[in-house]
Write a protein that binds this ligand. Structure first.
Ligand code: SME
Length: 155
């Protein structure tokens, strides 16, 4: 089972005093990618002019532009609700980036109550993400977004 409290502590230590938003996002993505097992893609899509644009990630090259409301990421962004998808093939409008992906977790990222993007995690296993994974990941994202409040330049 993933120790989200440990990841949260590691993230706080990693971002402590960091003033560069891009560096902070890259380290956030790398930390989480290496802390989770059974995943094949993890990264950020950034909100830019009413669409999501690919940001720092780990995994295979992925689709670059996602309209708000499209796919799992666009749905999370337009509803501001986390999306935990047990079977991506059963999700209407799911956008295939890596054909290995079977389940997916997407968390909206809000800085100062404003949507700045989403965190997207893909797994090659069906039903990879539990409620505890979603809650833990949302906690980590809140810590990350709290740090970004002190770093200009991400939005
Ligand atoms: N599957 C996502 C697209 C992004 S990739 O998984 C990296 C979606 O449906 O929004």
């Amino acid at each position: 089972m993933t120790d989200y409290n440990l990841i949260d502590s590691q993230l706080r230590a990693l971002l402590d005093g960091e003033g560069d938003a891009l560096a902070a996002v890259c380290n956030f993505v790398a930390l989480l990618y290496n802390a989770l097992d059974d995943i094949n893609w993890l990264g950020i899509y950034v909100l830019r002019d009413e669409e999501l644009v690919l940001g720092p990630f780990q995994g295979k090259p992925a689709c670059v532009h996602i309209p708000l409301g499209s796919g799992v990421c666009g749905t999370a962004a337009s509803t501001l609700q986390g999306q935990r998808v047990a079977d991506v093939h059963a999700f209407p409008g799911h956008i295939v980036c890596d054909a290995d992906s079977r389940s997916e977790l997407v968390v909206p990222l809000l800085v100062n109550d404003e949507l700045v993007g989403v965190l997207d995690i893909d797994s090659p296993s069906l039903s990879r993400f539990s409620e505890a994974d979603q809650a833990g990941t949302e906690t980590i994202c809140r810590t990350f977004c709290g740090q970004l409040e002190n770093i200009p330049g991400f939005i």
